[in-house]
Design a protein around this ligand. Structure first.
Ligand code: HEC
Length: 297
């Protein structure tokens, strides 16, 4: 009897030790079998493959690992690393493929969820992140503009500086021309700069402006792998002043009582008159019954 108790105690102890070790192993390096480490990516990379990997990542992985290069994964233990970090990108394709396929702890296994091709595409997407990180963005991006009032044209030039502080005109940059409205912004047109970093836009003559005839124009350079977003604002007396309409002067539902629509006045008085007529008619009949004293009934 006593020996049995000791056996049970030993078994529980072994189980506890096993669990504490398996918990411990989660903090340690994630070892990948050496024959798996050297497996080569069986999918050739291309723009489409990277796009596919990106969309698979966004659907299946981003909820834990966060937006790549932003270090905003959720807090788990051990934490899901940023997939653009050195910790991940320093590993071989085979290692990453193995980890994504098998999973560990709160990292799920994707072997039966995403096809081999899909998992390899995700790895291509990761690889392309390292290139993105290494591109030096241009600094001091400037948008200069020159307005021609007679034709309502704006000529725009975009340039920036590289790491050697050389001035470069930025070609093929996408730019939005917007005007400010009461509620939000109105996109007039998007343009791309030419090889000299230039573009221009003609404003039509009949854009509604504010009460002083001013148009508030916003030129917004869209973010690109080469530079960050830049915006400039300018005001031009290029619009037409909208005629303000006095809503009380027309016959409309929202107008003053004196100027409400005829059909509304007629139906209103019709109903009021009808109801009062009904009430008085009933009273009149009651009076008649009262007077007759029930003689004729
Ligand atoms: C439920 C949350 C979750 C989801 C979803 C998830 N992961 Fe993970 N991932 C983790 C955690 C947590 C770890 C750390 C695991 C560890 O070290 O034990 C991890 C680790 C990894 C690693 C290994 C990192 C290293 O340090 O070696 C890779 C690679 C990885 N995940 C890729 C992916 C990919 C690709 C997907 C989507 C197909 C994905 N993960 C989806 C939580 C998640």
């Amino acid at each position: 009897m006593k020996k049995n108790n000791i056996n049970i105690f030993l078994i529980i102890l072994i189980i506890l030790i096993f669990f504490s070790f398996s918990g411990y192993s989660q903090n340690t390096n994630w070892e990948v079998p050496s024959d798996k480490k050297t497996v080569k990516n069986s999918v050739l990379t291309s723009k489409n493959v990277v796009e596919k990997g990106k969309s698979l990542y966004e659907k299946n992985c981003q909820s834990c690992h966060g937006i790549p290069l932003k270090n905003n994964g959720i807090s788990l233990f051990p934490p899901p690393p940023d997939v653009g970090s050195q910790k991940v990108l320093s590993q071989s394709d085979g290692e990453l493929f193995y980890k994504i396929s098998v999973g560990r702890g709160s990292m799920p296994s994707f072997q039966n969820v995403i096809s081999d091709e899909g998992r390899w595409s995700i790895i291509h997407f990761f690889r392309q992140l390292s290139q993105k990180k290494n591109v030096q963005k241009l600094k001091n991006i400037k948008i200069t503009y020159f307005c021609v009032d007679s034709s309502q044209r704006i000529n725009v030039e975009v340039f920036g500086e590289n790491e050697k502080n050389e001035k470069l005109f930025i070609s093929d940059a996408e730019m939005d021309f917007l005007i400010k409205r009461n509620f939000g912004l109105l996109l007039l047109r998007s343009e791309k700069t030419d090889f000299q970093g230039k573009t221009s836009i003609l404003f039509s003559q009949n854009l509604p402006a504010d009460s002083l005839g001013n148009l508030e124009i916003i030129i917004s350079l869209k973010e690109d792998s080469r530079f960050d977003k830049v915006e400039v604002k300018l005001t031009k007396k290029w619009g037409i002043i909208p005629k303000t309409m006095n809503f009380n002067e027309i016959r409309a539902l929202w107008s003053l009582r004196a100027r409400s629509p005829f059909w509304l006045i007629f139906s209103y008085f019709g109903v009021v008159f009808g109801v009062w007529f009904g009430i008085f008619y009933v009273l009149f009949l009651l009076l008649k019954i009262y007077k007759s004293g029930g003689k004729n009934l």
